[in-house]
Unconditional design. Sequence first.
Lengths: 272, 231, 129
Amino acid sequence: MLRKLLKHEFRATGRIMLPMYLVLLATAVGSNLSGRWMIGSRFSAVSILGVLIVTAFGFAIFGVLLMSFVLMIQRFYKNLLQDEGYLMFTLPVSVHQHIWSKLIVSAVWFITTVLAVIGASLIVAYQGGFLREMLDFLRYFFQGLQKLKITEALNGTVYLVELFILVFLAMAAFSLQFYAALAAGHSQPNHKMLWSVGCFFGFQAVLQFSGTMLLIGLTRLDLFRYLKFDWDPTPAVAIHVGLLMSIGCVVIYGAIFYAVTTFFLKRHLNLE
Amino acid sequence: MSVLECKELCKRYGRTAALEGLSFTVEPGRIVGLLGPNGSGKTTLIKLANGLLTPDAGYISVCDMAPGRESRSLVSYLPERTAIPLWMSAAQLLDFYGDFYADFRRDAAEEMLGHLNIHPRQVIKQMSKGTREKVQLIMVMSRAAKLYLLDEPIGGVDPATRDYILSTIIGNYNPEAAVVISTHLIADVEKVLDEVIFINQGQVMLQSSVDQIREEKGMSVDALFREVFKC
Amino acid sequence: MRWEFSNDAPIYTQLIQQVKVGIVAGIFPPGERLPSVRELATEAGVNPNTMQRALAELERDGLVYSQRTAGRFVTEDEIMIQAAKRGLAQRHVKSFIEAMLRLGFRQEEIVALLKQEIEEGTRDVSTGM
């Protein structure tokens, strides 16, 4: 059933995101052309048009970034907590599947959007010989890689993977904080949206407070000395440990909000 | 086996009680009217049967299961509001129901949409409010469910639409299933009901067959309702 | 066919009467198959169980008979249909006479009035009024 939920979730969001990517692509190509031929033209009208196209490209980037964020909130709110909730919550589907479908789809759009913006920027920068320069760069890059020791290469790859996982999980956990606030706020009989906003900032405050306490606690305790654990890692290992600990923290942060969201959707659903 | 059963069911919202010890059973093959004035607890009861709310005390079961994921595949629910996503086209809505409900009869739904001259590519947002409600009813009645829960299906519609809705219900429900219709417009639904349950202030006041009421009291259910709930 | 219901009698007894009228008036001709229970119920806007009960009653009376697979048929027995027609007519006449008596007419007056009304009716029809 999760697969079917995902299918319809992509249908609902794709009809908005795909045209946005098309606009991004069109303005990127336009910006490239106007950079070459239009801006600085002898005809001021053509020059102005060129500037306008480049401005439109800027707005398109802003638009896709904003839209992938707005959709994350709006799909959860409108599809589950408004009138459509009567349809969704009476499907033979569990609350967990609902949350995962929303989470996965919005994470996919976040990543696609980042990739699309990078791709569009490359299109704008493209000019004659650009491709050759890119290839040259890649060649130097790989030549450099060949000079690396095997451990260095391995470490580098793992850093990248860890960083990618961290960013992905952070986005999911961030989304879950919104979901939890919306689910908690909408369990109230009145002023549901106001409660949701309040819950969001409430969660934020609790999070920051406990984070700060944890840091202070850790430094005060000086855990390593207390445990008589003589640990003097190499910088490479220290970065791994740091990244993995961050991943751990983000997972805990996400898990807490996942639990809050399911609790309210299962026990205290209160559709209008 | 009863299709819907409530025992001493209680639900409160804050301090106000919506249901106070409600008990009744609905057997398969019957069309039952859940009748009561506004605010008597009809919608709360239907939401509980769908698992959209959780009871505070007592219990409710659908086909001998607590309302949940499994029971929902046996229940076809028409909410009071238009819940179908407005951005979908008729064809996408058919896909949606077909994907989630194994008992969805797509050909029956397509035929009924055809009678209303609705093109598969027509988007629900572009339809009138009345047409949206009809489309939603068609989806609900195109399932071969074990229990149909219809919350105010004829509230606020014109007489022609009302006849359309009632004949769609009679013409399509699974004869081994039970149909529960909640409404306060009794005169309009009386003829299609086997049985009625009067509820008021969260309690069952009467459960009886329609013809029994007419035979014993010599009056219509509508007239009896007016007498029982006289202000 | 037009289906109408009053509020004071059970719906299934009213259905029995109306299907009888349909048979007598030839809307459901002798020996022909009746529409299915669900079709009839949808047409009349009533509960299919109630329609089923009414048809079962008619079957007991012999006005319709069922063949296991093919459905329900109207009887071919003209005498039985005529008897049903007479029965329905008698009910109408009886209630008419009761109403007239309540208005204070005597029996001869009722007959005279009826005769006069019928003659005027046929004259209206023949003169095209």
